[in-house]
Design a protein around this ligand. Structure first.
Ligand SMILES: C[S@@+](CC[C@H](N)C(=O)[O-])C[C@H]1O[C@@H](n2cnc3c(N)ncnc32)[C@H](O)[C@@H]1O
Length: 275
């Protein structure tokens, strides 16, 4: 489980330090998400919010593609927003620290909500998506990505078996892996026409002269292997690390280590009256 508290503190700081590697990992997914966002955007000037914008790639891509839009990126992590502000300078792009639900309410009515993997961490997802719906103009859209099943994301189980599906909703990277659960959450929260598309992409975890060590450095800081190693008894860590390194070496292809990955790309529409 990854909580708001984690993101505003340690996890956010690590992601800020690793932003090049997280952007690299998502580089195969980003073109699909960015294209879906552009397709969902209104024709004229509009207001958009990137929920959990992190280091800002998705918000910046939209701001660059649509100079007539006003785009706000919201995130809980001050460290990630510092990176976002340093990286991206567009006249029509702003970043705001805090819970994206509060930012959405403050900016309402919004025309377009977007997110790259930033909506899977709400403690109460129905209430959260209902608040987002309430901040969106009738006819407005939401477009977001989230990881699909762990079985389709083998990079997530390199040192630890899949725990997915055993229980209900648990905030974290695989919270919306179950398409039916996500559809039910969106419907209960008042979003209509919810449509998922499965995107398969290469999840790059390492590259360069020694892509295996590059990948070890990344995956021991971010993701399920990093959590498993952190939680392990010190005596168990060397064996876990060896298992990780062997799995990465087996996946190496020349100067890169790529894993198959799959994400859901969801779009939905706000219909009826604004709540
Ligand atoms: C998996 S990261 C994705 C970051 C970024 N969208 C990207 O693609 O690189 C999830 C992000 O969501 C943010 N986040 C999680 N819950 C949030 C909330 N309630 N309000 C604002 N940001 C949130 C985290 O701080 C983190 O930056």
């Amino acid at each position: 489980m990854t909580t708001a508290l984690d993101w505003s503190a340690r996890v956010g700081t690590v992601w800020a330090e690793e932003w090049r590697n997280t952007d690299r990992a998502f580089a195969g997914l980003a073109p699909y998400l960015d294209a879906a966002i552009r397709a969902a955007a209104p024709a004229g000037p509009f207001a958009a919010l990137d929920i959990g914008c992190g280091a800002g790639a998705t918000a910046a891509a939209l701001a660059a593609a649509r100079p007539d839009a006003h785009v706000t990126g919201a995130d809980l992590s001050a460290d990630l927003l510092a990176v976002a502000e340093a990286r991206h300078r567009h006249a029509n792009l702003a970043f705001r620290i805090g819970d994206a639900l509060d930012t959405a309410a403050a900016l309402a009515p919004l025309d377009l909500l977007v997110s790259r993997h930033g909506v899977m961490f709400f403690a109460d997802p129905v209430a959260a998506f209902a608040r987002l719906r309430g901040a969106t103009r009738s006819g407005g859209r939401i477009v977001f990505s989230c990881f699909a099943a762990v079985a389709d994301n083998p990079w997530a189980t390199l040192v630890t078996p899949a725990a997915e599906g055993a229980s209900g909703y648990v905030p974290g990277p695989f919270a919306f892996a179950d398409r039916d659960r996500c559809a039910a959450i969106l419907a209960k929260a008042g979003w209509a026409e919810a449509t998922p598309t499965l995107v398969r992409f290469a999840y790059r975890v390492g590259e360069g002269d020694d892509p295996v060590e590059d990948a070890v450095a990344f995956l021991t800081r971010i993701g399920p292997a990093a959590s498993r190693l952190r939680d392990a008894a010190p005596a168990d860590r060397p064996a876990l690390l060896a298992r990780l390194r062997a799995a990465l070496a087996a996946q190496r292809n020349g100067s890169v280590v790529d894993f198959p990955a799959a994400a859901w790309l969801w779009t939905a529409r706000a219909t009826g009256e604004t709540i």
